[in-house]
Write a protein that binds this ligand. Structure first.
Ligand SMILES: NC(=O)c1ccc[n+]([C@@H]2O[C@H](COP(=O)([O-])OP(=O)(O)OC[C@H]3O[C@@H](n4cnc5c(N)ncnc54)[C@H](OP(=O)(O)O)[C@@H]3O)[C@@H](O)[C@H]2O)c1
Length: 256
């Protein structure tokens, strides 16, 4: 039997929510991992440290992110980061750029999603053969909402239909894609069930013993409408993770 191919995978955003799982999954599969983040001297915005770190890499998985809801900050971050990564990959002879994006963001022109649209366009038009996976919000997004939007005893959550998926399953899909040939846009990946984001945040708060009240706020404009009307849900032809939100939550609180 031929052993599976062992590759060198660089992970940009290795310290992030999904990035940590990408690193763990890739190592568990026997690949050599080059973690990239500011703590280890690589900055995707300035480009510092990237070229040298990519020596010998077969593929780069980009799971970097910026914490903002501002259009300009998001577009600037994802544009700069993608340009820097692709230039370093081209210079180092890396033959595969794998990027994670978000289900249903077509046509978004404002907020965080505008940056993701800019990132997708740059990758598709870029010089490095690419694979793009769009996933729905992670189960972990409920925790990220609490970290980012808690104001005193309140957590402000946009009204949003979502089919969250475990970040670990997204990471598994990214590693599988990174070890294959570049394939352009891959099938979308969603979670096993639809839910209202505010309900997930309430379940997360209850399970982790936090006494905070969730305020579900319908956001204005087209982007807010798309959050509410199901545009961010996976469509026909999408793949679906198997780990349900409550199963993920149970494992989180039991420390498994
Ligand atoms: N969260 C979700 O529900 C979700 C759903 C679908 C898709 N996605 C996509 O998945 C990706 C990762 O999201 P996440 O929530 O896992 O992100 P995250 O937890 O916020 O992590 C962000 C990562 O980016 C790195 N980073 C930020 N600025 C950097 C810089 N200037 N140079 C180098 N590294 C930098 C951070 O590393 P250091 O701070 O250590 O440098 C960290 O590892 C994003 O592209 C996001 O759009 C997220």
């Amino acid at each position: 039997m031929t052993p599976p191919q062992q590759l060198t995978l660089a992970v940009a955003g290795a310290t992030g929510v999904v990035g940590q799982h990408v690193v763990a999954r890739a190592r568990a599969a026997g690949h050599t991992v080059v973690p990239l983040s500011r703590g280890t001297g690589q900055d995707v915005v300035s480009g510092a440290g990237l070229r040298a770190a990519l020596d010998g890499a077969d593929a780069v998985v980009d799971v970097t992110s910026v914490e903002t809801t501002r259009t300009r900050a998001s577009v600037e971050f994802f544009t700069r980061a993608t340009e820097q990564l692709l230039a370093a990959e081209q210079a180092a002879g890396v033959g595969h750029h794998v990027v994670l994006s978000i289900v249903g963001i077509d046509g978004e022109t404002s907020g965080y999603y505008a940056g993701k649209v800019a990132q997708e366009r740059l990758v598709a038009a870029g010089p490095v053969p690419w694979t793009l996976l769009r996933a729905t919000q992670f189960h972990e997004f409920a925790a990220q909402m609490v970290q980012r939007t808690a104001v005193g005893p309140f957590v402000v959550v946009p009204a949003m239909r979502t089919a969250t998926v475990a970040a670990d399953e997204v990471a598994g899909a990214l590693v599988a894609l990174a070890t294959g040939a570049p394939c352009g846009r891959a099938a979308d990946l969603g979670g096993p069930a639809e839910a209202e984001l505010a309900d997930l945040v309430r379940r997360y708060l209850a399970a982790t013993g936090q006494r905070r009240r969730v305020l579900r706020v319908p956001l204005p404009g087209a982007a807010g409408r798309r959050m509410r009307d199901g545009s961010l849900l996976p469509g026909p032809g999408a793949d679906h993770g198997r780990v349900a939100f409550d199963e993920w939550l149970g494992e989180l609180v039991s420390g498994r």
